[in-house]
Design a protein around this ligand. Sequence first.
Ligand code: SF4
Length: 393
Amino acid sequence: MVALDLRDLAKYPFLKEAQSFIAANTASLDQYFESSAGRLAVKEAYDTVSASIRFNPRQPPEDLSEVPSEAEAVRIIISAYPASRLLVSCSGDKMLIDRLCRYQSWRVYRYLQDEDPKKKEVIAASLGLSGSSTKIPVIQYIEIASRLTDDRWRLVNRVVEKGIVRIHSDEIDEILRERLRVIMSQNLPLKVPPSLCISLQPVIDRIKTTIQERMLEEFGSVEESAFPPCIQAIIAALVQRTHLTHMGRFAVTAFMHNIGMENTRIVELYGHVPDFDLSKTMYQVDHISGQGGSGTEYTSPQCSTMKTHALCVHPDALCKNITHPLTYYKQKKRMVTVPKKKAGIVGSGGNIPDKESAPADNSDKQEKRNKVRGTAMEEGRKNNEDHKEDNQA
Ligand code: SF4
């Protein structure tokens, strides 16, 4: 069997050989992270996690660099892999964990594309697959392909013979990438000693700041005219004092929080409700936005959940191509803000009964308020167990 060198371990740090290398060269993680090399590894891990927040998870990362030739630099890259897993585990943020798994698996995919076939076979074998076979047992195929959204991965579009699924040779790397992502996801979060998390907390805080910055880049100021039909319908129901289900209230509150609206503004939405109770509403909004007891931030339900609860109302043409109201909002916002900027039009429109609605030319103020508030979250960042939302926005 072909031997892997140190640079290979830097490209594929999930391999047992890489973990053995770290174990052989590191006394304890606490001590290592105190050393100058350990601090560099944590810095590298921070860069990796930051890149995972910013990259487009539907395509390979653009920042993939050559593995350096100096042994110490290679060792830092290998050590950064477990360090990055510790960081996301300590953060307790499921979205961050998912992001890291996607980013790491895409990186591996990029390296695999130019890999020596013999080495690729070793990598594939470590994942329980072959690097050259175009046949996969159907059960394994389903596990791997179930999260791949492209129609070509659907079993009905595959040749299946005697429990074996055929894939094309140029799809093998994609299968390996997805298999790796699944394994990584299953193994995270790690159980990290609290003392280690405390020592990593300053880095975790920086990661959280990066997430907030990313969220602001993504959503920016609130653009009411970009609200999806379902959210507009719920707001209309609130204004008309129509009875709203618990899920309806949850959906609109989480949505508003996810796009960066301040809690006080969200509470004002409920001012028209006949049984409006300020302290109770404040409590519920704080709870959903993560400012209450558990600190968990909730994500608004995806379209399928909205449909199940009869909250998907008057879907329009844009709805055909999205699976989450937040995705609708992002796409629609792009469509409505660009023409406005070009035409120099101000004012936000929309239908929130709020005299303090942020106009389009007030985005800086709004963004500053969002920053101060410090709780704005990225879409899908907390996948809450109670509501069991599968974030796919
Ligand atoms: S398809 Fe989704 S975004 Fe569109 S109205 Fe229905 S729930 Fe809302």
